[in-house]
Write a protein that binds this ligand. Structure first.
Ligand code: URA
Length: 238
């Protein structure tokens, strides 16, 4: 990658501002001042700008605990979006939610600017499971568990893939649901066919990565590389 692009991405600056830093001699490559913006980096160099050692992340991956009332979109004319919750922390990135939660649902939303990764974790072929906690307006029954395991057919005739419904032994109205596909309002529609209403819906995990319990509703943090691999093994190369 070119030095000016690397500095711009790492410091979240416009390319022109990165070039100014470089030409003013404020950037070193392996300890030497480098004033040539088009210097090609192999990736193994140590680049220091403004006294900071830089790492260049090609893409950004964020774990967010979505509160109720916030929409899973990048922009919206009426409502606050999950991207608004980042409060401009990544001004030069075009972040979007990889998979949606309804406005009334809460929990794990992954924000990224890596389109291929988002596509991979959402693709039905990859079977990246999504785990939810639900609370219903009626007790969970063995018949519901069987229906989920066999694959519920929605009111419009769409046949859903088998899903796991695991009743909560402590609360007859609550359960864990594991989906292997993502259809609009899927859980609410599946329970709707079984005459149950969903009062609470919270996404707990995507693949093997659980929502960090330290994140209060509305809070977020970057996902580490090791977590990313747990989320969807091989996901970045899919
Ligand atoms: N299924 C739903 O019905 N809503 C969600 O937000 C997620 C899954």
């Amino acid at each position: 990658m070119r030095l000016d692009k690397f500095v711009a991405q790492s410091l979240q600056l416009p390319r022109s501002a990165a070039r100014t830093l470089i030409t003013k001699g404020r950037v070193t490559v392996d300890g030497q001042v480098c004033k040539k913006a088009d210097t090609a980096l192999s990736g193994s160099e140590t680049v220091v700008a403004e006294g900071k050692a830089l790492t260049c992340q090609q893409f950004v991956y964020i774990m967010l605990n979505k509160p109720k009332g916030v929409v899973s979109a990048s922009t919206d004319r009426r409502d606050r979006t999950v991207v608004d919750l980042l409060e401009g922390a990544y001004p030069r990135r075009e972040l979007f939610p990889a998979g949606r939660l309804d406005k009334t649902s809460t929990g794990f939303v992954l924000l990224t600017d890596d389109g291929a990764f988002a596509h991979a974790i959402l693709s039905p072929r990859r079977h990246v499971p999504k785990t939810y906690r639900v609370e219903l307006d009626t007790p969970v029954t063995p018949a519901m568990v069987t229906a989920f395991a066999q694959g519920v057919t929605l009111a419009d005739g769409q046949a859903m893939k088998p899903a796991d419904l695991i009743p909560d032994p402590e609360n007859p109205l609550a359960a864990t649901v594991v989906l292997h596909q993502g259809v609009y309002h899927q859980i609410k529609r599946m329970f709707g066919v079984l005459d149950a209403g969903v009062n609470e819906l919270h996404r707990q995990a995507i693949g093997g990565l659980a929502l960090d319990p330290a994140l209060a509703p509305g809070q977020w943090r970057p996902i580490t590389e090791e977590e990313l691999a747990r989320l969807a093994p091989g996901g970045q190369n899919a």
